[in-house]
Design a protein around this ligand. Sequence first.
Ligand SMILES: [Zn+2]
Length: 188
Amino acid sequence: MSPAPFRFCPRCGNDGCLYHDRKYWRCEACGFTYYHNVASSASVILETEGGLLTIVRAKEPRAGYLSFPGGFVDPDERAEDAAIRECREEIGLDVAVPLRFVGSWPNDYAYGDVLYKTCDLYFSARLPPRPNQARGGDALGGFRLDPGEASSLRVVPFEAVADAPFAFESARRAALAWLDMRRIESTQ
Ligand SMILES: [Zn+2]
């Protein structure tokens, strides 16, 4: 099934572009071929007191559900830099580097009339102490949220990861993998 309602060839205007092999459109008239490649995203799993820091998504798809700070990798950008940039843009946080690679998982991202297949890369970083934590205040205070991206922050307790309302299963799988890494390291 075609991931987008594209019919007309962008080169010759022929009505009859067909989607092939879950990968590309081809115009039968002029041979123009367009590959619908997998898009990369990069996100950061942030450990905080008793759980993982997530944002409540402010925008579709899956508004109101949880995700880790992150987003699509820009052209010519390293995934690590995308993850750092998205943290800064979405929650106003400069994460401590180097980031640690947790893994990658495939995902579906429906936006507009197009279904994007993505490869979601997850990194982890330690959450630096917040100024108001030192004063005994709210651990979630002091972040500068982009209201277009994150309506609020939420800590998912470690024991609740399996059932938390994540927007995307890739985030849950990454969080579970991160918990496994943590468990293995704690026994070494
Ligand atoms: Zn054509």
